[in-house]
Design a protein around this ligand. Structure first.
Ligand code: SF4
Ligand code: SF4
Ligand code: SF4
Length: 232
């Protein structure tokens, strides 16, 4: 069975949020309807996003590394969000493995969001239904678009070319090849969800930081000095 999915290269993602922004833009104007926002210019803006970027810092200053993890619905092959849905609103398509929500049948009970181990479902308070990444199903089959544009909005917009899209079960596809060649992995492989989306692991890098390049009034530098030389 075909399984369409995204593959994201954690080496080249620079955390610019272009993919999240373009996803929001596309899905606020297109067939799957507006993603609501509340208090967008106020103190506590909230809204529905299909794609969110998490940024992590590893190590101790000055030998730190930052990496970015974009995360949207992973279109799991054994998606736990589907069987828990009491109305059948959540479903997985046979022909391409895309997991969707039928908004007409969703009663907003949120059981699917409790069952998703990845936190990928978003409840739209305005529409009172559950929403999530559709893999841009309204783009990828749209024959009015030029073939090279029949890809998810997030893939087309990524300036770092960190995102790939295709059928991960097709040995002739680019996504199949990069997963095999570069040890693509899935999130929480022991969760039994068998996600479609994969990530390409970061290759280890060592950065030599010359002390002379550090600003000695940097509070992080002073904190490290205090911990290692003063506080022990
Ligand atoms: S657009 Fe590309 S580089 Fe920017 S955050 Fe998204 S995946 Fe990363
Ligand atoms: S990532 Fe979550 S919402 Fe998406 S298919 Fe898997 S369990 Fe369902
Ligand atoms: S595939 Fe489409 S809906 Fe999913 S994160 Fe990318 S732009 Fe958003």
């Amino acid at each position: 069975m075909a399984q369409f999915a995204l593959v994201i290269d954690l080496n080249t993602c620079v955390g610019c949020h272009a993919c999240a922004t373009n996803c929001k833009e596309w899905n606020t104007q297109a067939a799957f309807g507006p993603l609501s926002d509340f208090d967008p210019y106020g103190k506590e803006p909230q809204g529905v996003w299909y794609n969110r970027i998490m940024t992590y810092e590893m190590g101790e200053f000055p030998n730190t590394q930052v990496f970015h993890l974009p995360k949207s619905c992973l279109h799991c092959q054994d998606a736990p969000c589907v069987p828990v849905c009491p109305t059948g609103a959540s479903y997985k398509r046979e022909q391409d493995g895309i997991v969707l929500v039928n908004y007409d049948d969703c009663i907003g009970c949120k059981l699917c969001s409790w069952s998703c181990p990845y936190g990928c479902r978003e409840f739209d308070e305005a529409d009172k239904v559950m929403k999530k990444c559709t893999l841009c199903i309204d783009r990828i089959y749209d024959e009015s678009l030029p073939p090279e544009h029949r890809k998810p909005a997030c893939v087309l917009t990524c300036p770092a070319k960190a995102r790939f899209f295709g059928d991960i079960e097709d040995p002739n596809s680019e996504v199949y090849r990069v997963i095999k060649e570069r040890n693509g992995f899935v999130l929480f492989s022991d969760a039994g969800t068998n996600p479609g989306n994969h990530y390409l692991p970061r290759t280890e890098t060592k950065v030599h930081v010359d002390e002379h390049l550090l600003k000695h009034d940097n509070p992080l530098f002073l904190e490290v000095l205090r911990r290692h030389h003063v506080g022990g």
